[in-house]
Design a protein around this ligand. Structure first.
Ligand SMILES: [Zn+2]
Length: 96
């Protein structure tokens, strides 16, 4: 079943390199208007966003790239944002 939601939940995956995370950061800019924050842990700079169109969840993570801290997102299959957040760890994708 294909999903036409413009958030692209099916088209993206958790980044395994900083390059992929950068692409996801760019994607975030494009779909930010679709996403709403449902849970956030400021002490770890992690969060969970929900797509207002399809209702599925995206993780919000950050990494240090050069001198700057940068946020990126990636799709997750979780249904309980708080439970996901309490079990989550920053990805810290390696350069590549
Ligand atoms: Zn969506």
């Amino acid at each position: 079943m294909t999903d036409p939601c413009p958030c692209g939940h099916d088209a993206w995956a958790a980044p395994r390199t900083q390059r992929q995370a950068l692409a996801l950061a760019g994607h975030h800019t494009g779909i930010a208007h679709l996403l709403t924050v449902v849970a956030r842990d400021d002490s770890r700079w992690l969060g969970v966003l929900r797509c207002t169109r399809c209702g599925r969840l995206w993780a919000e993570d950050s990494m240090t790239s050069g001198q700057a801290d940068m946020f990126f997102i990636y799709p997750i299959d979780a249904t309980d944002p708080e439970a996901w957040l309490s079990a989550a760890h920053p990805l810290n994708p390696p350069p590549g």
